[in-house]
Write a protein that binds this ligand. Structure first.
Ligand code: WT7
Length: 693
């Protein structure tokens, strides 16, 4: 989601030594016995009559009827939808081939995602409508940001030209391409061009480090990197190309370059800064355009052709490359965009997510463009140069639909009403949130201050793995309750189960699972079938396990409580505790570490780290800063710990498991008084709780 926190960092060449440590073993799955929602919220907001009258889905009766059909005859439902919504080169033979955990949708069919997002509109009124309205980060209060608008026709042309550049550099179907870009239209162009030729893109968030880039290249064997010289962020320049250069020099444990598969790097000129160009490897995007034309027919791809890999954190130190394919993903992204945001041709839709996250894939690029909508894209931060950035953009472009994250909303609340009040927000007609549970207070603020009490709020629950939104209100139909993502989308069958996999009683908490396959579901973890099965399909055999705890109220509404595994949600970013732990132990001074979350008013969760040091290493404030920066360098500034505590020993059970529950309590408690660098003696706690196993 919108990155609220500075992600600039200096990154140097590193030799990789901790990769073995990173492959830590999965931790214990958490028990469900203590899942309960803290929210006792009983306000209900019925949809506005006028809104419902014009909405795609107008009533609960209509929703319930369609939902019932979608669950009882899923293949018929999805097959009708796929015919209606997508443009096919060749029809499919079989709607679903399902043998858990492997799903194949629309088997035998052929289509192209970029054709469905672009070409299909060229013969219609939509051709000359804005596809992307882009606003760059302003240089200062007095110098506004750049503006660029690309119509569907223009976007199509740019995608075709860039796709020809890919071909010119030897890119073939199924080749993997890393995209490490700032929030400029070129990021979307690069993604769509990959889709056009059948290459598999893997977007890496611009706030991630060289190490993270190198790890991802190594995991997927990428042949090419698409990047920019630099990106603007809060008045400074993020040295993207430099980070890529560094990534290409990082060696793994075996002494080999992690990124040895990379043959070419294409560089978009954005920041106009001096960069290194390696002959025969690095090429300027704008120069390459001189060699190509705009004629590039979309490749005819199978329904299950891989579209992208997106890395996300899990409970081991190694991020998972979540794989999505063509037809099912696009159908999910398109339909959820249409019905949940109630997208109409006249809307100006703005999703504030970065392309580096799945939200930026499904709800900034693929979903809205497949609907022929107008998308706003903004390069910078919400509070630069001043905290009214978002509201001035809403006013300037008459944004009608805004999709952002609870963590951003809480920051806006903190900055104060005066910033949104400076602007005319009357163009807004619908608001959305995603990424983490929204606290009712933030929901009400969003509703009143931003939405002027007239805009429905869609709280959308989903994951990188699900490809599209799974649980959310339909704004013209579903009465909303602040803090609840409400009810499942068509064709989605979520259920709450206990530790034995049995459905829980109404009102009780449980693990959230999905009982039936759906078109936009992940098709696997890149290169790791075993982990795919273990993580998602073995907790409750035959069902997809989300990793979230949840409660259902008397009306069947879902209230997501949060992750029940060792994954934190910091400002809407998923961060694996094991990843941070292995980054810490890769510093030669650290003996052992344990990472836990602490509730945080702004970010949802903050990262608290307990560290034991090697013999002879002294705890100090300086070391704390160094370790923070080390984590920033290893993973990216998003993962920098908020609090580092040194300990003599970590509290462990007799069998050697770190007592995280205990550490969580300590982390949530008051700061240790006095000199914070002294070592905390947690071994006492171990003795006290030794009976806890
Ligand atoms: C995890 C997925 C999906 C795009 C952004 C994050 C949490 C997401 C909600 C919501 C409560 C939510 C869950 C989920 N989450 N949306 N509306 N209410 N929790 O994608 O990085 O794959 O993270 O984010 O814990 O499992 P992600």
């Amino acid at each position: 989601m919108t990155e609220l926190f500075q992600f600039m960092s200096k990154q140097k060449k590193t030799t990789r030594k901790a990769s073995a440590k990173r492959k830590s073993t999965p931790k214990q799955p958490a028990a469900t016995s203590n899942i309960e929602s803290m929210m006792h919220e009983d306000r209900v907001f019925a949809p506005d009559k006028e809104f419902s009258k014009h909405a795609h889905i107008k009533s609960m009766t209509q929703y319930k009827k369609l939902y019932k059909q979608s669950i009882e005859s899923p293949e018929k439902f999805w097959s009708d939808q796929a015919k209606e919504e997508l443009v096919w080169f060749k029809p499919w033979k079989k709607t679903l081939q399902w043998k858990a955990p492997d799903a194949k949708w629309f088997v035998g069919g052929q289509l192209n995602v970029s054709h469905n997002c672009l070409d299909r509109w060229l013969e219609s009124d939509i051709a000359n409508r804005a596809a992307i309205i882009w606003e760059g980060e302003p240089d200062s209060l007095t110098r506004p940001g750049e503006e660029r608008t690309l119509t569907y026709r223009q976007l199509h042309r740019e995608v075709c030209r860039f796709a020809n550049i890919l071909k010119r550099h030897g890119i073939k179907k199924r080749d993997r391409i890393i995209i490490y870009m700032p929030m400029t239209p070129e990021a979307a162009i690069a993604m769509l061009a990959c889709a056009r030729v059948g290459a598999i893109h893997s977007v890496v968030f611009g706030g991630f480090s060289s190490q993270s880039i190198a790890d991802r290249i190594s995991d997927c064997g990428a042949k090419m990197v698409i990047t920019a010289d630099g990106g603007y962020r809060r008045g400074s320049i993020v040295p993207l190309k430099k980070n890529v250069d560094d990534a290409l020099l990082i060696k793994g444990e075996d002494g080999e370059l992690l990124a040895k598969s990379v043959e070419k790097v294409i560089v978009h000129r954005r920041a106009n800064i001096d960069i290194h160009i390696e002959p025969n490897r690095d090429f300027w995007w704008h120069r390459e355009l001189e060699y190509v034309d705009a004629n590039c027919p979309a490749a005819k791809l199978d329904s299950e052709h891989p579209l992208f890999i997106l890395y996300t954190s899990g409970s081991t130190g190694k991020p998972k490359g979540i794989l999505h394919t063509t037809a099912g993903y696009l159908l999910g992204a398109k339909m959820t965009s249409k019905y949940i945001f109630d997208l109409k041709p006249e809307d100006v839709y703005w999703c504030t997510a970065d392309v580096g996250w799945v939200t930026g894939h499904s709800y900034m690029v693929y979903g809205p463009l497949a609907n022929g909508s107008t998308v706003v894209m903004y390069e910078g931060a919400p509070n630069y140069p001043e905290p009214d950035r978002f509201w001035s953009i809403v006013e300037k472009y008459s944004v009608s639909i805004l999709y952002t994250a609870p963590t951003a909303i809480r920051a806006f609340m903190k900055w104060g009403e005066k910033w949104p009040k400076k602007h005319d927000l009357s163009s807004l007609r619908l608001l959305g949130t995603v990424g983490e549970p929204i606290n009712p207070e933030a929901w009400i603020w969003y509703h009143e201050v931003i939405g002027g009490k007239r805009c429905p709020i869609v709280d959308t629950w989903w994951q990188t793995e699900t490809g599209g939104i799974m649980i959310a209100p339909l704004p013209g139909a579903t009465p909303t309750k602040p803090g609840s993502a409400t009810l499942p989308f068509f064709g989605i069958k979520p259920e709450l189960v206990d530790d034995s996999g049995e459905a829980v009683k109404k009102g009780e908490g449980g693990k959230l699972v999905v009982r039936q396959p759906w078109p936009s579901m992940l098709r696997g973890i890149w290169g790791d079938k075993k982990r795919f099965k273990e993580v998602y399909w073995s907790e409750v055999p035959g069902s997809y396990f989300t990793g979230d705890g949840c409660r259902q109220d008397k009306d069947g509404y879902f209230w997501i409580v949060g992750r029940i595994d060792d994954v934190l949600n910091v400002a809407g970013h998923r961060i694996g505790t094991a990843e941070v732990e292995s980054a810490l132990v890769s510093d030669h001074r650290v003996a052992e570490s344990a990472v836990v979350g602490r509730p945080d008013d702004l970010k949802g969760q903050a990262i608290v780290v307990f560290v034991t040091l090697k013999e002879g290493v002294k705890a100090s404030e300086k070391l704390k800063i160094e370790l923070r920066n080390h984590v920033g360098k290893e993973i990216g500034p998003v993962a920098k710990p908020d609090d580092i505590r040194f300990a003599e020993a970590l509290p462990k059970t007799r069998s050697g498991k770190i007592m995280r529950r205990l550490l969580k309590q300590i982390a949530a408690g008051k700061e240790i008084q006095g000199d914070t660098t002294t070592l905390e003696d947690l071994s006492v706690l171990t003795r006290l709780s030794a009976s806890e196993e």
